[in-house]
Ligand binder design. Structure first.
Ligand code: EPS
Length: 388
């Protein structure tokens, strides 16, 4: 009932607040035998962390994962995996001024209405800090998906404020570029423009929103479920549960409103689908094409620009949020979006194996990437690793 757990076979529960002693998660239902060590968590946690560049909050957390259970001699045992990260750089006095005031756009007011009490320090449970454990849990999912199925889940920042990547339509994303700048931006030449935009927002005490795209490649057809367990429905729920997310699109998303049926449908040839407007999901079940999702994150609500609000005593007041905050929380949300997609995919893969593991490969099987191969051939896209 309290909704701190998600997943059916792979169940992830997170706990902890931004300024509590620690944050953690329990991952239950993980198959035995997966090699997991504390070092496995370092890369993705650092990609998500604050304080890694001048463009995010300057809170410096070590984000060191302690594996408390479920792993013996470096391998998962099939029992619940408990992971813990201690909070080491909380500055709760920053929140003294706003402890009795509701920040407009934040969850302060709604938590207060629901529980009649709230932990205001660092946003409590409604802080971006909570997403750390999603990323930690997904390290296991990403590893399992890659090792067992060669499935990879990767994302990039697809819009920041009104800036969009200057890439030709349909161009392949070069992930070495995405990973080489603190914005996860796919067009290197624009990074100075992004830096200037964040600097200007900081100076103005304001913030901006962002869009993130996530793609899962190498997925087999068949994962997913019909009706209430649709894979796209579960992706939408998982992605929407990330703090600050206000919209989720799968495949063509809202653009499908203005498409004709003859354009939207992804035609099938024996050598591949000719397009991927479905985002790899038909009837809630994977077609074998890449899974494509996109999310919109709202502008950070903890800003210096004064805003009108009310306080817990029921008086009208003005609020300015000082302290260390992200001018654009979307800048470091790429690994969080990847994490939610990976966790949903692993959960659905385990569910598929449980019910339909004996079905095997069904003919005909349509290869995934004809549309992409055509773009490569026409010069609109670069070949990906291993692609000719
Ligand atoms: C956050 C405010 C900042 C961020 C925090 C999210 O925390 P604080 O006010 O305690 O310095 O640093 O994010 C993280 C610490 C994190 O690991 O993501 C907020 O307002 O949501």
């Amino acid at each position: 009932m309290s909704s701190n757990t998600f997943g059916k076979f792979l169940c992830v529960t997170t706990f902890g607040e931004s300024h509590g002693p620690a944050i953690g998660c329990v991952v239950d239902g993980c198959p035995p035998g997966i090699a997991i060590a504390p070092e496995d968590f370092v890369h993705d946690l650092a990609r998500r962390a604050t304080g890694k560049s001048r463009y995010t909050s300057q809170r410096h957390e070590a984000d060191e994962v302690e594996i408390l259970s479920g792993v013996y001699e470096g391998r998962t045992t099939g029992t619940p995996i408990a992971l813990l990260i201690r909070n080491t750089d909380a500055r709760s006095k920053d929140y003294a001024e706003i402890a009795q005031v509701f920040r407009p756009g934040h969850a302060d007011y709604t938590y207060w209405q629901k529980y009649g009490i709230r932990d205001p320090r660092g946003g409590g449970r409604a802080s971006a800090r909570e997403t750390t454990m999603r990323v930690a849990a997904a390290v296991i999912a990403k590893k399992w998906l890659k090792e067992k199925f060669d499935v990879e889940v990767r994302g990039w920042l697809a819009q920041m404020d009104d800036i969009v990547p200057a890439l030709p339509k349909g161009a392949a994303i070069d992930f070495s570029v995405v990973e080489s700048n603190p914005f996860f931006w796919p067009a290197a030449a624009q990074v100075p423009e992004l830096e200037a935009r964040i600097n200007a927002l900081r100076k103005a005490g304001d913030s901006c929103g962002a869009r993130i795209n996530v793609v899962a490649t190498g997925v087999p057809p068949g994962w997913g479920e019909p009706v209430y367990g649709k894979l796209d429905a579960e992706l939408a729920s998982a992605l929407m549960s990330i703090n600050a997310v206000k919209a989720v699109e799968i495949g063509a998303g809202f653009a499908s409103v203005a498409q004709k049926g003859s354009e939207h449908r992804d035609e099938m040839r024996l050598d591949g689908f000719t397009s991927n407007h479905a985002g790899g999901i038909l009837g809630g079940i994977l077609s074998g094409q890449d899974v494509v999702a996109s999310i919109a994150l709202k502008p950070t609500s903890s800003i210096l620009v004064p805003g009108r609000s009310v306080n817990t005593a029921g008086e009208e007041t003005e609020v300015r949020t000082k302290g260390r905050h992200d001018p654009c929380v979307g800048i470091r949300a790429t690994p969080i979006a990847e994490a939610m997609v990976a966790l949903v995919l692993m959960d659905q893969a385990l569910r598929h194996r449980a019910q339909c593991g004996d079905v095997g490969e069904v003919k005909p099987r349509i290869p995934a990437n004809k549309a992409r191969r055509q773009r490569v051939k026409s010069g609109a896209a670069r070949p990906a690793k291993g692609e000719t």
